[in-house]
Design a protein around this ligand. Structure first.
Ligand code: ZN
Ligand code: ZN
Length: 140
């Protein structure tokens, strides 16, 4: 069991948050939106128990971008760091970016989704994780 709360924040330190329940699961996303917003080949994120994240500092810096075809992306308006995505249909169901956590978040990514759109310049690691060409099924 991880030591709770898990803590994290953005690059400039303005936004800080706490997660008070163990993370539910984690996965990689290879979609084009994630490539754009991270500048990398894939984004790793964890599902949280809905309602278990609290912003402890810098709430005024938190902004979100709503892509036309995806969930709102929440970030720090001062440094641009990606923080989490938000499912508008399920209150407080967030996908927190693993890189935003301070320490070991204890969960490990267990699947890769949207691999049909994977970056041409980085082979998908041969790590044995299930790969989904499009969105991961809800129970995966
Ligand atoms: Zn920041
Ligand atoms: Zn994505």
């Amino acid at each position: 069991m991880p030591e709770l709360p898990l803590t994290g924040g953005c690059l400039c330190g303005g936004v800080r948050f706490e997660v008070t329940e163990p993370l539910v699961s984690a996965s990689y996303c290879h979609c084009t939106r994630c490539q754009r917003r991270t500048g990398t080949a894939a984004s790793a994120q964890a599902r949280i128990v809905p309602g278990s994240l609290r912003i402890s500092a810098g709430e005024e810096l938190v902004r979100e971008f709503q892509p036309p075809d995806g969930f709102p992306k929440v970030f720090c308006s001062r440094c641009g760091s990606a923080l989490w995505s938000r499912n508008p249909d399920v209150a407080d169901a967030l996908g927190v970016r693993l890189g935003a956590f301070d320490g070991d978040p204890e969960v490990r990514p267990r699947s890769r989704q949207f691999v049909a759109y994977a970056a041409a310049w980085e082979p998908i690691p041969d790590d044995g994780l299930p790969r989904y060409p499009e969105r991961r099924p809800p129970d995966a």
